[in-house]
Design a protein around this ligand. Structure first.
Ligand code: ATP
Ligand code: MG
Length: 757
């Protein structure tokens, strides 16, 4: 309810209008799945809309199994649907409802239509019926059976119901209009014969109602006010209204409204296709953690909050589009980051013997980093024999390798610094063990050793560590728009049998979900986990590992440039911060509200933090200045001394000021920065001289938009027919025509306005 009026979606605005005008006293929505498969993330969207709206307006939401198709339905799907709704945190009003409970009433309504001369039993064979229907460009022709008398129709329908005829011998049709431009209105089917056992209704019925007849009437019977469905039912709305109007049912009556279906790249979202994956055993059942089913996400370790946040973020629109799967992954990462304990797990253990260490000790280590407002710590056993990750040691390290090498010491996170002394190999030359020495005065928190390390790595103590199975999941499909089994990612599951984890995870169980340091987020598998044979599922990596792989070639060029330090930090390859750095970090995150990564990067680098502080003294825009310093200035400082920089903090401040007051776009700002860095240009002078000022005046932009629209009539047509991907095309064309100088925000608004005019 807290949402402001403009930010409300169009469905909520309709509901609000209807309550205000007194059309309904209370709103009633429904989530009406067909129980023929497990619900998927698309259903989560529908659930969040139907239950969410009912909740927001103190109404009710029903859970109705739309079970009119006897051959595909099953009680196990009914159960899965209930579980999904409950897990997402919603409660349906009253009992679960079933369309099959209304079969008798629906039959009565069909008889009413016959009596009104509005429905008839047709006996054309399928092919003739199709032929008579006509095409989009030519009208159809009504069947000769449409002239049957009311008595004959009633009698035939009754005998159809009792199973006297073969499947396909007759159907019941509405008598509407065989010439309607809406093909769905050309005497649509209301009932067909099916000699099938129904999982709830048993063998009572040999006819089953069609969606177009059953759905609107079930809504009416239940007192639904707003019937929300996906866009593909837009053409069915006429039948929805026709059935209810023709029967002259007592008000109030429900109305149908359509919203865009959720599509996600790298994901298939049709129960039929998902069923195929299950039946062909491409996955291990409906709740396989790689499946986009709610049961799959749940088993993988996603939280209901993360899925609901995702549904909220994608919003409710009237045009179909494809959402990037990384957005969902972002939501779960963002949800877990401030919640879960950090622990150490070694995926590919390599034995390390600390030759100068004797005895045992226990090291106190917090479960949470300083920026997570949670308390709790555990003891890490430490002794002579430990394990580290095989890839955290390199005999011939590549450039930029920060971890342990024969020459380079490393910190064992929370513990001591170790230095490699000897590498032991088997007869094939494989490293089987390394011998190291530790620095006794280097203990984390009281380090006086003076030894410099470039990173801290995870480790476990040999005797106390527990063996665990870790299931590493990746995307199930390897292509953006998968069709089915042929597009499966063969590496979507990798099982690590012999990982080692610190003991507290099993003995103390501080949580079910963890961040395994430097690896990702993990969840104790709710089915296969036991303390004797622990199993963990990878929920999501620490960062988006697909973003790079899918970048377009022209963007890859930029990536050759030296990477900002950020990457290494996310990997966790860093030593703890000093007290001074820590204080700066606190100030940056708490006072200046910088994000953690940027704040840490600045705090750790005195050159950057000094530069930053000087810049914000000139123009107080900490977040934007910090981003520029962390990304662009830091890149310059990689190769140059601070005194050799071509620009001053005050000039960077001036540049950001122009972005902030919308004098220039962020895109142009990049160009200006390049000129500052390479030619020592002054930003204000440069912008003025090159005429780079952003154009925000509609009077200047509108003619360009109109020209682009006039030049692309076909795309305008396609956009109007629902291909909203083309919106980006228009915006892009306009921006291009202005040399990137038009204010994108203004362009977006104006393009929308002109296209919808
Ligand atoms: P599928 O094609 O995957 O089998 P469906 O539409 O046949 O899905 P139903 O069980 O009939 O599945 O759907 C129940 C409700 O969920 C319907 O109101 C439907 O519109 C909605 N729904 C299904 N898929 C999506 C989706 N991808 N995005 C949003 N809503 C969806
Ligand atoms: Mg369906």
């Amino acid at each position: 309810m807290a949402k402001s009026k403009e930010s409300k979606d169009f469905l909520r605005r309709i509901v609000e209008e209807d309550l205000k005008s007194g059309k309904y006293k209370e709103i009633v929505t429904r989530f009406p799945p067909e129980p023929n498969g497990f619900p998927h993330i698309g259903h989560a969207k529908s659930i969040s809309i139907n239950f969410g709206i009912a909740k927001d307006y103190n109404g009710k939401c029903h859970l109705r199994m739309d079970d009119t198709n006897p051959t595909t339905e099953d009680t196990k799907y009914v159960q899965a649907l209930q579980d999904a709704v409950e897990w997402l945190g919603f409660k349906w009003d009253g009992d679960v409802r079933y369309t099959s409970d209304y079969f008798d009433r629906l039959y009565g309504y069909a008889q009413d239509l016959i009596r009104m001369g509005k429905a008839y039993v047709d006996s054309l064979d399928e092919e003739t019926m199709r032929e008579y229907r006509g095409t989009v460009t030519s009208p159809g022709k009504r069947s000769e059976y449409a002239n049957r008398s009311v008595e004959e129709n009633l009698d035939l329908l009754e005998r159809m119901k009792n199973g006297e005829f073969e499947e396909g011998a007759h159907v019941l049709r509405a008598k509407i209009d065989m010439t309607s431009p809406n093909m769905k209105m050309r005497d649509p089917l209301l009932y067909r014969i099916r000699h099938a056992h129904h999982y709830r209704a048993g063998d009572k019925w040999a006819i089953y109602p069609m969606y177009d007849f059953a759905h609107c009437l079930s809504d009416y019977i239940e007192g639904i006010t707003h019937s929300f469905c996906t866009l593909e039912f837009e053409n069915n709305r006429d039948i929805y209204d026709w059935v209810i109007d023709t029967l002259q049912l007592e008000p109030p009556r429900p109305y149908q409204y359509e919203f865009a279906r959720l599509n996600i790249n790298y994901t298939v979202m049709s129960k039929r296709k998902l069923l195929e994956l299950v039946e062909k055993k491409v996955v291990n059942g409906w709740d396989d953690p790689r499946m986009p089913t709610i049961a799959g996400y749940r088993r993988r370790g996603y939280t209901p909050e993360s899925i609901l946040t995702f549904c909220e973020q994608i919003g409710i629109a009237k045009a179909n589009s494809v959402v990037d799967v990384s957005q969902l992954e972002f939501c779960i990462r963002d949800d877990l980051n401030p919640k879960v304990p950090r622990v150490m797990c070694v995926m590919d253990p390599l034995k390390v013997t600390i030759t100068n260490y004797e005895g045992r000790e226990e090291i106190d280590a917090s479960y949470y980093p300083h920026d997570v407002p949670k308390e709790g710590s555990r003891k890490l056993p430490f002794a002579k024999e430990i394990y580290i990750n095989r890839e955290d040691f390199s005999e011939n390290p590549p450039k930029g390798y920060f971890r342990l090498t024969p020459e380079q010491p490393v910190r064992l996170k929370y513990a001591y610094i170790i230095t490699c002394k000897e590498v032991i190999k088997d007869e094939n030359g494989n490293i089987v063990e390394i011998k190291v020495e530790y620095a006794p005065d280097s203990k984390s928190g009281s380090d006086t050793s003076g030894i410099k390390v470039k990173s801290a790595i995870q480790w476990v103590e040999g005797e106390s560590a527990k063996k665990v199975e870790v299931r590493l999941y990746d995307r199930l499909f390897k292509v953006e728009a998968p069709q089915g089994i042929e597009d499966i990612n063969p590496d979507s599951l990798k099982v690590v049998k012999d990982a080692l984890i610190e003991p507290a995870v099993i003995t103390e169980k501080p949580d079910e979900r963890f961040q395994f340091e430097r690896e990702g987020y993990f969840y104790a598998d709710p089915v296969d986990y036991s303390d004797d044979a622990p199993v963990f599922n990878k929920i999501v990596s620490l960062k988006d590992s697909w973003a790079k792989k899918t970048k377009k070639p022209e963007k890859q060029k930029q990536e050759v440039k030296p990477q900002p330090k950020k990457k290494a930090q996310i990997d966790g390859e860093v030593a703890p911060m000093s007290a001074k750095e820590q204080a700066l970090y606190e100030r940056y995150t708490k006072e200046l509200k910088l994000n953690n990564t940027v704040a840490e990067m600045l705090a750790r680098d005195a050159k950057l933090s000094v530069f930053f502080d000087e810049a914000i003294a000139v123009h107080n825009s900490p977040v934007n200045i910090a981003n520029l310093v962390a990304n662009d200035v830091s890149r310059e400082l990689k190769t140059k001394e601070i005194a050799k920089l071509q620009f001053t903090p005050a000039q960077v401040a001036a540049l950001v000021k122009m972005i902030d007051d919308e004098t220039i776009s962020t895109k142009i700002a990049k160009e200006v920065f390049e000129a500052m860095a390479t030619e020592g240009a002054d930003p204000v002078v440069y912008v003025e001289a090159k005429g780079l000022k952003q154009i925000s005046d509609p009077a200047e932009i509108l003619p360009i938009i109109d020209e682009v629209i006039a030049k692309n009539p076909e795309n305008v047509q396609k956009y109007k027919e629902g291909n909203n991907k083309l919106f980006g095309f228009f915006v892009g064309q306009v921006l291009k025509a202005t040399g990137g100088k038009a204010n994108p925000k203004v362009v977006n608004e104006l393009v929308k306005q002109q296209l919808e005019a």
